[in-house]
Every structure is written in C-alpha cells, then in structure tokens.
Design a protein around this ligand. Structure first.
Ligand code: COS
Length: 391
C-alpha cells in the first residue's frame, strides 16, 4: 500500500502513527480478503476484534470513551482506507458502528450519549442507521414512517429498508415524521432492537454479502427521552451525519482501489506475455498510469474534505460529496482494470480481484448515489455563486 499519501500536509504526526499501527494490526489479522461462513457471525467477530484492539474508540467522542475529544474525520478516513485495503467486512463493521451512532455523537443528549456510546466503542452494542424506505431512498425527505406523540411516549409506524446491520444491531437510529409532511417535519430517535413492535421483517443478500434487511415498526412505543435533537430537526441530523461519513465512504473506495492497483502491479510484473511481461506492454502501462492518478486524485479530495471539517471547522457538504463521488467512481474503474489485467482469474469466484469487483459496486449507491452527489455539489455551488462567494 502506498503509504506516502499519509505524508500529505492534511495530517498530523498522530495520524501517521495511527496509520502505521493500524497497518501492522490489519496485516497481522487479515490475510485473505475473501471471507467464509455466516456473514452475521463474521461481522460480530470483526466488531469484537476491532473493539478489543481499540479501533472502535475512534467512532465516538472522548467524553463517551472515544480515543479523541471529538469525531475526527481524518482518523475515520485513514482507518476506513486501511481496513478496506485489507478486509471489506472489517471496514463495513467499523463504518456501521460510526454511522449508526454518529447522530448520537453529534446531537445526542449527555444522558443518551452516556447510555450508548461507551458500549459502541467497546463493541458491546452494535449500531445501525435507519433512514431509507421502500419509496424514499435518494429522496430521503419523502419518508412516511411516523412517530406519533402520546404524552411522554412516541408510537412508531412504518417500514425502513436497505438497513445495514439489520438483524445484528442492538439499536437503530431511526428517522420518522413527527410534525408535518415537509422536510422540517422529521425527527430522529434511538430505538432499541428489542422494543416490542419492531421486527426485522426481511433479510436479503447483496452482491458483496453483509448483514442487511428491512425493519417494520408496528406500534413500536418508545420513550420521548429516546429522541435525538429537537422535534423537526431530524433531516438536518441525518444530513450532517452523512456529511461526516460520506467522505469516509470515499476513503473505503480508496482502500479498495489501492488493493486492486497493488494486485494489478503484482500480476502485470509476473505474467509472461509476448516474450516479455504484461507490465512491459505499453497498453498495460497506460492502465497503470490512469489507475495511480485516479488513486492520488481521490486521496486529495478525501483528505481535503476531512481536513476542512477537522481543522477549519467548516461545513463540508460540497467537499464530502465531491470526495465520495469521485473516489467511488474512480475506484470502480481501477478495480475493473485490475480484473482485466487478471484475465480469466479476475472473474473466478473467490479470487480477491473478483471480490473487490463485487465490493465496490454498492459504494456508488449507498449514503447518497453518485447522481445525488452531483445534485448536492451543483446546489452548493449555485448557492455560493448567488452569494458571490466564487465570483
Ligand atoms: N447539512 C445541514 N443541513 C442540510 C444539509 C446538510 N448537509 N443538507 C440539507 N440541509 C437542510 C437544508 O438547508 C434545508 O434546510 P432549510 O429548509 O432550513 O433551509 C433542509 O435540510 C432541506 O434541504 P433540501 O431542500 O436540500 O432537501 P431536499 O429534500 O431537496 O434534498 C438531498 C436533499 C437530495 C440532498 C437529500 O435527500 C439526500 O442527501 N438524499 C440522499 C439520501 C441518502 O444519502 N440516503 C442514503 C441513506 S444511508 S445508506
């Protein structure tokens, strides 16, 4: 893995130290990115190992047992890049602990934070983020799940789907309508998985297997104290959490792309072809040139977005969307080229090149599809232009 990227000035020495330690740990723990066995068990084991080694402490703020005072985007990105380079499910497990508990870290009351976050960091509670619905994916504000208040209780009714960790999560961050049918009518809640009225009504398989499914809320009654933030703030809670984690999805794509590029280089330099090696063919060199340029460009966008949030304290809606969109699209190209360089082996089920080909695809869809990132970038740019920021 090209770790010279960590020398870029976006990072502190503490980040470089984190990257060194995690690289050593990941190399020792994950020797083969192709996993076998029941995916729920594999993910539970990944969470336990990540917790024991202390890496999950980067998912929560310091006052709740976290490694650093507040969520540090650069650490989240480095960790996801390194984990995904070695093992997709380790990255998935880390990311879901962070995303599922992110709204609590960013908007939870002190009581709720104390109740959940230390156990998230220790791997004793598994978290999940429940925003999407059968008819509300890209258009998140079109959600119809309702939370109706009766005294100090909320009654939840509705369906959430595409929920990663459905079935193994101990709690879900759920977004539901409380006020009205507009964007400012959405509220966020923490719902324990064992609450009566909440069921995992479906589990399904995706091309890179991980725990995922559908939740049904049928008069699921929760205490009003489980609310995150103020009534009507839920959409912003979701969007601001996604602002943090979207850049880190880019980092996962970057780790996948680096794994593919290294694999491609090994293969190209070893494979005899036309009296030389595959790497000696200029057509292969063109591919290698493009792959590495894409990797470096992705890294610059991802680290810039993370640095902007950590150091400048700025809202990163636009830069995180750019990082996510560019890095996931670029990684798809890099990984496809790696398959091509591997020839038949690249599509052999169970080969790491084939595994990466399946692992990358969903990243261009989840946490805001590429087309949504285009809209976000365009809208932010139009707003800046109207304000005269970039004229
Ligand atoms: N941070 C803070 N506030 C934000 C925000 C952000 N990143 N993005 C939007 N908002 C606010 C807006 O400022 C607006 O507030 P005001 O009415 O007070 O001005 C409000 O939220 C509504 O914003 P907007 O009008 O842009 O909402 P839309 O419904 O038009 O669209 C998109 C928003 C398309 C960007 C949103 O639906 C989205 O991100 N969709 C993808 C969802 C997603 O990622 N799903 C995957 C789930 S996880 S697998």
């Amino acid at each position: 893995m090209d770790d010279t990227l960590f020398d870029l000035p976006f990072f502190e020495d503490s980040h470089r130290e984190l990257a060194r330690e995690l690289t050593t740990w990941a190399r020792d723990n994950y020797r083969d990115r192709v996993h076998r066995g029941n995916v729920d068990d594999v993910c539970r084991a990944r969470i336990a190992a990540l917790a024991q080694a202390g890496w999950l402490r980067y998912c929560v703020p310091g006052n709740a047992g976290g490694a650093l005072a507040k969520l540090d985007s650069r650490s989240l990105c480095l960790i996801r890049q390194i984990l995904s380079y070695h093992d997709g499910l380790a990255d998935f497990s880390f990311a879901m602990q962070g995303l599922g508990s992110g709204p609590l870290s960013l908007f939870g009351s002190a009581e709720l934070q104390a109740q959940y976050l230390p156990d998230v960091a220790q791997g004793r509670l598994i978290a999940a983020f429940a925003l999407s619905e059968p008819d509300a994916g890209s258009d998140a504000a079109a959600m119809t799940t309702r939370a109706v208040r009766h005294g100090d209780k909320y009654h939840l009714h509705g369906i959430k789907t595409w929920i990663s960790n459905a079935g193994i999560a101990d709690f879900y961050t759920v977004f539901a309508r409380t006020e009205n049918d507009a964007v400012d009518g959405v509220t966020a809640f923490v719902v324990n998985a064992n609450t009566p009225g909440l069921t995992v009504s479906e589990r399904f398989e995706v091309c890179a297997p991980h725990p995922i499914g559908t939740l049904t809320f049928d008069d699921c009654v929760i205490d009003a104290s489980q609310r995150l933030g103020e009534p009507g703030q839920g959409f912003k809670v979701a969007m601001q959490t996604l602002d943090v984690f979207r850049a880190s999805v880019g980092a996962t794509a970057l780790g996948f792309a680096q794994a593919a590029a290294d694999m491609a280089m090994d293969r190209a330099q070893q494979r005899p072809m036309f009296g030389a090696t595959l790497a000696d063919q200029q057509i292969t060199q063109a591919a290698i040139g493009d792959m590495h340029t894409d990797i470096h460009a992705s890294a610059l966008l991802i680290y810039r977005a993370a640095w902007q949030r950590d150091v400048l304290g700025q809202r990163t809606t636009k830069s995180a969307a750019m990082a996510k969109m560019f890095a996931t699209e670029a990684a798809q190209k890099v990984i496809d080229r790696n398959v091509q360089i591997h020839g038949g082996l690249g599509v052999k089920v169970g080969h790491p090149a084939e595994m990466l080909y399946r692992e990358i695809r969903a990243l261009r869809i989840y946490e805001g599809a590429t087309e949504i990132q285009q809209v976000v970038i365009a809208r932010e740019t139009m707003r800046e232009h109207a304000r005269g920021d970039n004229t």
